[in-house]
Design a protein around this ligand. Structure first.
Ligand SMILES: Cc1cc2nc3c(=O)[nH]c(=O)nc-3n(C[C@H](O)[C@H](O)[C@H](O)COP(=O)(O)OP(=O)(O)OC[C@H]3O[C@@H](n4cnc5c(N)ncnc54)[C@H](O)[C@@H]3O)c2cc1C
Length: 769
């Protein structure tokens, strides 16, 4: 009897609890997506972007309040925070002046019939003076930043692209009654809303589905996501909801139907992480910061301040482009180097104890048909207890991620084991009709999470994802850990600490909450239509430009050449499968892209989306960058080799080749005969191998136009031992890899198909890695 009463009591309390959550959730449902609009700091930024040389000159000659090392999300966030602690004083006046002046110029110019282009040039001049004035007048914090590769080239371009509070941390907070975890989630949710607000062209609310395969999980997950909405409070993006099985399948038809009972959908944000980081850097530069990429900190400089303990007074840096070494003087040096944290700390003191335990996270990229266009998927409990995301992004599907302790390296590489782990997890929740094949992996990359280590624990999952700010006895300030979503909050705390420790005199407190980033000021959700109508760009291209460059998309469109076709009028694509256009390469050079990897990896996301498409676009990218940056033949060759190494090592091309060569050749006698016949059809003079000449002859015969570069690519895809010829063994290996699904869609295999034979029934994904 007592047991029965207790059970009833539990049910009643449980029901009341769920009811409470439900009614609060309904209350939130009825609220609009409220953002603190009144806080938006939307004064226009100066249009002028100083060239790299000018920034370098300033770094060598001026003395800075703050010098930031590292140009990832954290470093750029810190630089922007420091440089913007002036709003409300000089910057606002300057911004207003600029606005007013530019309006007048606009009127005069219109009256005089001066072209829009000329007007913008005039505005550029005014902005220059304004920028200089902004510098000259005593202002907030004079800020410099050095990044050894490109902005975001470290972890910040290799994330899952989510702007999130962390549903699973909330689960930990609730079940572990852990207030610290709760506070972290709350803070991240606030930052999530802020990021979407300050860069609405780059970040957007994004629905994620949680498929449910057991009835009892429905109320459990439902309460969880409603709690997530509740904790977000005023900053909730959109309300989460439950879907019946049929509705879930309607929205996500690729889902495994067996045992599916329904699904829950909740919202987080999604963004292009590399562009977001660049937007932070550009905003800081436009506000007077002297930020530069491809410049490495090689030594921390110190001087005695009379206390007996030498204090940090700047850094020795090397310009990677020219090899020039110079000193930068600064009152305060901030180490924001993510996974490299300890290497900079060791420059200050070789005996310092490590605080960062990097953990590698691999993502694989699959074709777009693996997921619906605008719905992600989350598996909260993978076979080994980890979480797996499966998200549409930039016309592909990203799946990941893994979490393994790793050593710090400039070239993080995915491993075949990690790729296979993700593929297996993906198989678990996709319909059997969707055959998940190794050959469909279009790209694979690894990022290093800069986790702050607890020396007493070895497993990386228990290390807190929040950040630490360390002030060393020599005043070197280190900001480490955290996540992309919380970069702004981390930056705010860091600069507050710098002000306190280094006795800096900012003009104002932190101003970055609500501070619009470069590109956001004139952006609207329908801006792309003007790009289509005014320039004659394809709809898809216009949307991509608007949602990448924001109001700067017009500048990119102006650089676009005529296509020579009736439609689109301008905007030649870099690769037919993606909406990136050639003009973006030229524009990237004006936004400090100095190597072809910058363009192929971060200014466009080609390498991340499809490594083979990236390789195919490479010759044209290098040709255009050479025109912009004056590269000679030797430099072009060097760039070509560097990018190819990057694609092979960091984007998964190498392991693709290794995995193909490991497929056992297991053919029947008939199959062997068929493949020998195919091989001989290309090797028409019976040399025993296929050369570039054989391919050239073959394509000429069938009347297909293939460039020399393409011929080499086709051969290289199969030529495993790199001797410029394909032997029978390599050919059989290729056929075996195709048969097993490790490889899809190979051009040499297609060329060898005889007209009358049965074709392999694979019209595959467009080639994978
Ligand atoms: C797989 C994975 C998925 C993730 N997904 C998400 C997600 O979805 N959402 C989220 O919020 N967070 C996510 N994160 C976390 C987030 O990406 C990181 O926390 C964030 O990018 C770290 O930024 P950072 O600036 O600290 O480090 P980094 O981006 O690595 O930047 C450090 C920079 O310092 C530079 N540097 C190093 N040494 C020097 C030197 N001597 N001189 C000059 N420069 C130097 C490096 O070149 C590098 O660019 C993810 C992380 C990983 C690994």
């Amino acid at each position: 009897m007592r047991v029965k009463i207790q059970t009833i009591k539990r049910l009643v309390y449980g029901g009341l609890g769920l009811g409470g959550v439900y009614y609060t959730a309904v209350f939130l449902d009825n609220r609009q997506h409220i953002l603190a609009k009144e806080k938006i700091l939307s004064k226009p930024l100066p249009a002028y972007l100083p060239p790299r040389d000018e920034l370098h000159k300033a770094l060598q000659t001026e003395e800075f309040d703050v010098l930031v090392i590292g140009g990832g999300a954290t470093g750029c966030g810190v630089a922007l925070d420091a440089v913007s602690r002036v709003i409300g004083c000089v910057a606002t006046e300057c911004g207003v002046a600029l606005d007013a002046v530019s309006r007048v110029i606009g009127c005069v110019a219109t009256e005089c019939g001066v072209a829009l282009d000329a007007v913008s040039r005039v505005i550029g001049c005014v902005a220059t003076e304004c920028g200089v004035a902004l510098d000259a007048v005593s202002r907030g914090l004079k800020t410099g930043l050095v990044e050894k590769f490109d902005y975001s080239s470290g972890t910040s371009s290799r994330s899952t692209k989510l702007i999130h509070g962390g549903v699973r941390y909330l689960q930990k907070a609730v079940f572990g009654l852990d207030y610290e975890q709760y506070r972290m989630v709350k803070e991240a949710l606030k930052e999530r809303a802020n990021l979407i607000q300050i860069a609405p062209h780059l970040a957007y609310p994004f629905p994620i589905m949680l498929p449910v395969y057991k009835w009892w999980q429905v109320p459990y997950y439902w309460a969880g996501i409603k709690m997530y909405d509740l904790v977000a409070g005023r900053e909730n993006l959109k309300s989460s909801y439950y879907l019946s099985k049929s509705k879930a399948l309607e929205l996500f038809p690729m889902l495994k139907t067996e045992k599916l009972v329904g699904a829950l959908v909740y919202y987080d944000g999604q963004h292009d992480d590399a562009r977001m980081c660049l937007a932070l850097a550009l905003t800081a530069v436009k506000m007077g910061g002297k930020l530069t990429n491809h410049t490495e900190c090689i030594e921390i400089l110190k001087q005695d301040d009379g206390t007996g303990i030498p204090k940090v007074c700047g850094a020795k840096v090397r310009d990677i482009q020219t090899g020039k070494v110079f000193d930068i003087k600064a009152k305060c040096v901030i180490n924001a180097t993510g996974p490299y944290t300890d290497s900079i700390r060791q420059m200050g003191d070789p005996d310092v104890k490590y605080i960062c335990q990097p953990s590698s996270g691999v993502h694989i990229v699959l074709p777009d048909y693996y997921s619906p266009e605008s719905m992600g998927l989350l598996d909260p409990s993978t076979s080994d207890g980890r979480i797996i995301f499966f998200l549409p992004w930039q016309k592909v599907t990203i799946a990941g991620t893994t979490d393994n302790p790793c050593a710090v390296t400039d070239f993080p590489q995915p491993t075949e084991k990690e790729i296979q782990f993700i593929l297996n997890e993906v198989r678990n929740y996709l319909h059997p009709d969707v055959e998940v094949r190794r050959g469909d992996v279009l790209s694979a990359w690894s990022g290093m999470r800069p986790l702050v280590a607890d020396p007493n624990k070895s497993d990386t999952q228990s290390i807190a994802r929040n950040h630490i700010i360390e002030v060393f006895k020599d005043n070197l300030i280190t900001i480490a850990g955290g996540k992309w979503t919380t970069y702004r909050h981390m930056a705010e705390e860091t600069i507050d600490k710098a002000v306190e420790v280094c006795n800096l005199q900012p003009k104002s407190n932190c101003q970055t909450a609500g501070l619009l980033l470069d590109g956001a000021h004139g952006w609207s959700p329908t801006m792309f239509i003007r790009l289509v109508q005014d320039f004659g760009l394809e709809n898809e291209v216009a949307q991509h430009l608007a949602n990448t460059y924001g109001d700067k998309a017009f500048k990119v469109a102006k650089l676009a050449n005529l296509t020579g076709q009736r439609w689109p009028v301008v905007g030649k694509r870099l690769h037919q499968e993606f909406p990136y256009i050639e003009a973006e390469v030229r524009y990237a050079c004006r936004e400090y892209a100095t190597s072809a990897i910058d363009v192929i990896g971060r200014r466009t996301r080609l390498a991340f989306c499809n490594v083979q498409a990236a390789e195919e676009s490479l010759p044209r990218i290098i040709e255009m960058m050479s025109e912009e940056l004056g590269w000679n033949k030797a430099r072009q060759q060097e760039e070509m080799e560097k990018v190819k190494r990057f694609l092979r090592r960091e984007m998964g091309l190498d392991i693709k080749r290794a995995s193909e060569s490991q497929v056992p050749i297991n053919f029947s006698k008939d199959e062997i005969n068929m493949y020998v016949k195919r091989f001989n059809s290309l090797d028409s003079d019976n040399k025993g191998y296929i050369t570039i000449n054989d391919l050239r002859r073959y394509f000429k015969k069938i009347g297909e136009k293939v460039t020399e570069d393409q011929l080499h690519e086709i051969l290289n895809e199969v030529d495993l031992n790199r001797n410029a010829q394909v032997e029978m063994g390599e050919f059989l290996q290729l056929m075996s890899a195709l048969k097993s699904g490790v490889l899809t869609n190979n051009r040499l295999a297609k060329a060898s198909e005889l007209p009358d034979e049965d074709r392999i029934p694979v019209e595959r994904s467009g080639g994978g890695v």
